[in-house]
Structures are given as structure tokens and as C-alpha cells.
Design a protein around this ligand. Structure first.
Ligand SMILES: *[C@@H]1O[C@H](CO)[C@@H](O)[C@H](O)[C@H]1NC(C)=O
Ligand SMILES: *[C@@H]1O[C@H](CO)[C@@H](O)[C@H](O)[C@H]1NC(C)=O
Ligand SMILES: *[C@@H]1O[C@H](CO)[C@@H](O)[C@H](O)[C@H]1NC(C)=O
Length: 398
């Protein structure tokens, strides 16, 4: 935790990461990737060289499942059963232009054979192991999508159903709706109060307290700064034309809940980083989507009215991945759709050299573009936020 040196050094990347975490931001992915440490942050992502060193297990003989059945003797039978080509019962399907279907898994799965085999070892037709943490680590380092399994997931023995709407929106759900094994906290009281009781960092540490900071997020703009309000954002479009969208890394989905009140349907992506974020979002009554920022967004081109993301897209993400991600957001937005990039965090040099040109190159029109200094850790760190409201052009967006 020294002062930052050169912007591009590895230690600095980790340092920024630490800042990000220690300031309670809504970052996804971090607690797991933090453990995986150094190699995960190599910005050029050459998959074969970085992961094997970092990985405590020997690299698999054949990292490529698509070359089917050659060198995958050390992969578990259930994994092979799932990923092997399977003949379509009615022969060639003209939509597929094939008579075979290959159920997909993340390309990186086979680079982690030991964890993968542990994940795929279970009693077929029986109960799955209680292994959420293993599954999420595998997913976060690139085994995404995870392979399907033929077993029943761990669940509380006496599940308590959610509260009815609208009570569910702002009420902490029952502890008996959660399998707590993967988390430090073992009940909601612990999660709600961890900002007072716990010293270290956790992602979205104060988010489970619905009476705390969540209560007022996005309700008012603070005088032209980086905090836009939902209403000022919606006011940039004709009333009623923003109807469906996505919140990337949306914490406990308070954004979706505020939008629901305005008859706007938002799907929220979240990881379960030391907390049952997905279950909590679902208990509140909005849709959680369990995908990382690495995965292609599961929406068709030119379809969504709005994409929002707060505190997640920032300098912990390898630049090439960020570039692909920004284009993917552009892809799923419809012409005239809005991308609300909320509190993008970096340091000023990075912003000028990397992120500003990157964001400007995608093709969005700028409706709002506010840069604010982040001074809480001292101006010499030159930390900053960008909040931007970007619009996909209505005409000639291709
Ligand atoms: C990080 O690693 C430590 C020690 O290996 C382990 O006990 C802990 O559960 C890990 N935390 C996460 C979030 O993976
Ligand atoms: C699982 O169930 C299916 C369908 O009943 C059956 O064909 C299969 O033999 C079962 N497998 C095992 C390992 O029990
Ligand atoms: C949401 O939809 C309901 C039912 O169509 C309508 O009565 C209500 O006025 C709408 N609310 C807003 C904020 O548009």
C-alpha cells in the first residue's frame, strides 16, 4: 500500500485494485481474482503462457476440447459426456447445417483439469456437492460458461419463500433462503452490519443494508458532478422509450428496483463475491444474471434501450478485454439506446492515454461527460472518476 509509481506496472495495477476494493465499490470479480494475483492482470492475455505458471496444477495435455477425444483421458467422464458431440435425433438440421450439437463450456475450462474434475465429480441423478466457491473461481478465471451437471444443487433444508411484492423490494429476506457455506457471513444480520464489524474489504460491503447507502442511490444529482440521477438520465429520451436494459455488476440490484418503479425492466449481472448477491437480487424480485464481464452479453444485436454500469468497469480490467466489452455493449444497445457509464475509476494519466481514446473510439455520441477528481486518498494519487451518458447513434450506427 505504498504510493503509486508508474501507471503501467503490475504492482500499481494491484494497488489500484486494492483502492477499488477498500473504497467499497461495487466491483465484481475481485475477491477471487485477487487471490489468483499477479498473472490474472497481465493485460495481453496470452492464454497458454500466463495461466500455466499461475496455476498450481500441471497444464493439461490438450487444452482444446474442440479437438475432441484425442488427449482428454484425464478429464472426468461427466465433462466428456456433456461436451462430446451429440447426434441430433432427426439428423441434419438446416439451421445448424450439421447433424451434431456440441454443448459449450468456456475455452479455459480444460486448463484447470484438477478443479474441473472436482467440479464434475458427483453422483449422477443425485445431489451436487456444496461447491459454490469452487464453481465461481473456475468461472472467473475463464471456465465460463461452466459445464452443466446432472445433479441437484445444494439448497436449504427448509427453504423460506420470498416476501410478496412490493414488500420484497426493500426487505431483507429470510436467512433460510440461502446456503451460506461459501461466505464468511452465515446470516443476513452479519452481512447487513459488516461495514461496522469487519475491518477488511468486501465487495459491495455496505450493499446488503437496504436502509443505508442503497436507500438514496441515483435519486438526486449532486450539482453537475459524477452522480447523475435516474430521472435526469431518463429525461434525455422521450418518455416511455426506455423500457428494457441491463445493469452490469449491479450489486444488490437497487438500480433495477428503482427502474422497476418506473416500469423499466432491468436485468442485473452480479457475481457472488463473499455474499449471496444473486439470491438477494432474486429475493427482492428482479432478475439476476450470473455472468462475468468476460462473457459475451446474452442479448441480440440492437435490442436494449439502456445499459448501466457503476464502479465495475475500471482499470482492473485488462485493456483488450475492456475494448471487446465496450463494443459488446454497443452491439446490444439499440440505435438511440443509452450507455450510462457510472463512476468509471482510473488515474488521470491512464484516462488520457488509454481510456478516453478507447471509449471515444467505439462510436457513441456523448450526451453527458463528467470527469471528477477522487480526492479522498489525496490529490497526489491523481485518482478520478468518469461518469458519462453515451448514446448509440440513431442513424448510421453500423
Ligand atoms: C484466498 O486464499 C486463502 C488462502 O489460500 C483462502 O483461505 C481464502 O478462502 C481465499 N479467498 C477467496 C475469496 O478465494
Ligand atoms: C440417471 O437417470 C437416468 C434416467 O432415469 C438413467 O438412465 C441413468 O441410468 C441414471 N444414472 C445413474 C448413474 O443413476
Ligand atoms: C407503470 O405502469 C402502470 C400500469 O400500466 C401505470 O399505471 C403507471 O402509471 C406506470 N408508472 C410509470 C411511472 O410510468
Amino acid at each position: 500500500m505504498d504510493s503509486p509509481h508508474k501507471t503501467k506496472s503490475l504492482s500499481t495495477s494491484l494497488f489500484f485494485l486494492f483502492i477499488l476494493l477498500s473504497t467499497n465499490l461495487l466491483t465484481l470479480f475481485l475477491s477471487s481474482t485477487f487471490n489468483a494475483s499477479s498473472c490474472s492482470f497481465n493485460p495481453t492475455i496470452p492464454p497458454t503462457t500466463t495461466t500455466t505458471k499461475d496455476n498450481q496444477y500441471p497444464s493439461p495435455k490438450s487444452p482444446d476440447v474442440s479437438t475432441e477425444a484425442t488427449n482428454n483421458l484425464d478429464l472426468s467422464p461427466e465433462f466428456l459426456a456433456f461436451t462430446s458431440g451429440q447426434l441430433l435425433p432427426f439428423g441434419v438440421n438446416i439451421n445448424f447445417d450439421s447433424d451434431t450439437i456440441y454443448p459449450p463450456v468456456g475455452k479455459a475450462c480444460t486448463q484447470f483439469p484438477k478443479e474441473l474434475n472436482t467440479f464434475m465429480s458427483y453422483k449422477v441423478n443425485g445431489s451436487c456437492p456444496d461447491d459454490e466457491l469452487l464453481a465461481q473461481k473456475l468461472l472467473l478465471k475463464g471456465c465460463e460458461p461452466l459445464p452443466r451437471r446432472r445433479c441437484r444443487p445444494a439448497a436449504p433444508s427448509k427453504y423460506v419463500e420470498p416476501y410478496p411484492l412490493p414488500t420484497s423490494l426493500w426487505t431483507t429476506p429470510s436467512d433460510n433462503s440461502i446456503v451460506w457455506t461459501a461466505y464468511t457471513c452465515k446470516n443476513y444480520d452479519c452481512l447487513v452490519n459488516r461495514k461496522y464489524r469487519e475491518k477488511g474489504f468486501s465487495d459491495c460491503k455496505d450493499c446488503f443494508d437496504l436502509q443505508g447507502a442503497e436507500k438514496s442511490r441515483w435519486t438526486s444529482s449532486k450539482g453537475g458532478g459524477v452522480d447523475f440521477s435516474i430521472d435526469e438520465v431518463l429525461a434525455t429520451k422521450k418518455p416511455g422509450t426506455i423500457r428494457i436494459g441491463l445493469d452490469i455488476g449491479g450489486g444488490v440490484a437497487t438500480f433495477a428496483i428503482r427502474m422497476m418503479k418506473r416500469n423499466i425492466t432491468i436485468v442485473t449481472t452480479s457475481m457472488n463475491l463473499n455474499g449471496p448477491f444473486n439470491n438477494f437480487i432474486a429475493s427482492r424480485g428482479v432478475v439476476p444474471l450470473y455472468i462475468s464481464i468476460s462473457q459475451r452479453l446474452p442479448f441480440f444485436d440492437n435490442t436494449l434501450d439502456i445499459v448501466h454500469s457503476m464502479h465495475v468497469l475500471s482499470n482492473w480490467i485488462p485493456t483488450t478485454l475492456m475494448h471487446f466489452l465496450m463494443f459488446d455493449i454497443y452491439r446490444v444497445l439499440r440505435p438511440g439506446g443509452l450507455f450510462w457509464l457510472d463512476h468509471f475509476f482510473c488515474v488521470e494519466e491512464q484516462f488520457e492515454q488509454v481510456y478516453k481514446p478507447l471509449i471515444e473510439s467505439i462510436g457513441f455520441k456523448k450526451l453527458k461527460w463528467v470527469v471528477g477528481k477522487k480526492l479522498d486518498r489525496g490529490p497526489e494519487r491523481r485518482e478520478m472518476y468518469l461518469s458519462a451518458l453515451l448514446e448509440k447513434p440513431l442513424n448510421n450506427s453500423w
